[in-house]
Design a protein around this ligand. Sequence first.
Ligand code: FE2
Length: 255
Amino acid sequence: MTAIWKPSRRELLTSFAFGAVTFSAPGLFAEELAATASMAEGPFYPDKLPLDTDNDLLVLNDSITPAVGEITHLSGRVLTAAGSPVRNAYVEIWQVDDHGVYIHTQSMGADRRDTNFQGYGRFLTDAKGQYYFRTVKPVPYPGRTPHIHFGISKNGRRIFTTQLMVKGEPQNAKDQLYRGIDPDARETVLADFKPIPDSKIGELAANFDIVLGVTAEELDDGSLQAGVGKPLRDSRGAGGPRGRRRGPNGRRRGR
Ligand SMILES: [Fe+2]
């Protein structure tokens, strides 16, 4: 059984995000927070965005059929290294559905894709740097441990790219991209997916704070541009210092 939250779905999502969830950032008052490790964008940023790009990945527009999967309330904040909230930053996420399929024309298993799953969403952080998504707990697909891709944009430019993985997931240890992270920094891309105690439908909650290794001044270019930045694959090296370069055949490697 899955709850269908209509017609005030948006309202409920907002109140859940900023009322019921407690935001914690261990070390917030320390001198400097550990910067979240950046990770590759991979090849599956949607090549065609869904018609619905809101922060509820479980329900497409006015559909009454929700996506399949373990419902997860995913929240967190975007912060500077000093712990200041980064407001008006776009947080984009994209991930596979419960069958391990991306909303990308080159994704494996397109014929078994859950067409009710949005696969991608975005959210503009508030004055406290907070974001919120309702989605499903990620599942593995061949060659990868479960993960959710994140892209952060500010002033219309992609400024940070990473992937969130599930704390305690045994497949992390075999994952090449996870193993490529400095062991001291691996904790920064992990989040617990914990059962919500009073949920009658087995919902989970995960909190993932994203700490950028920049100051508030560095982020504010005064341009007042809005919107999401181009994905790294389109930015020809200008989208971020760790953007992957194209190979001779124009294809990107990695996941
Ligand atoms: Fe991926």
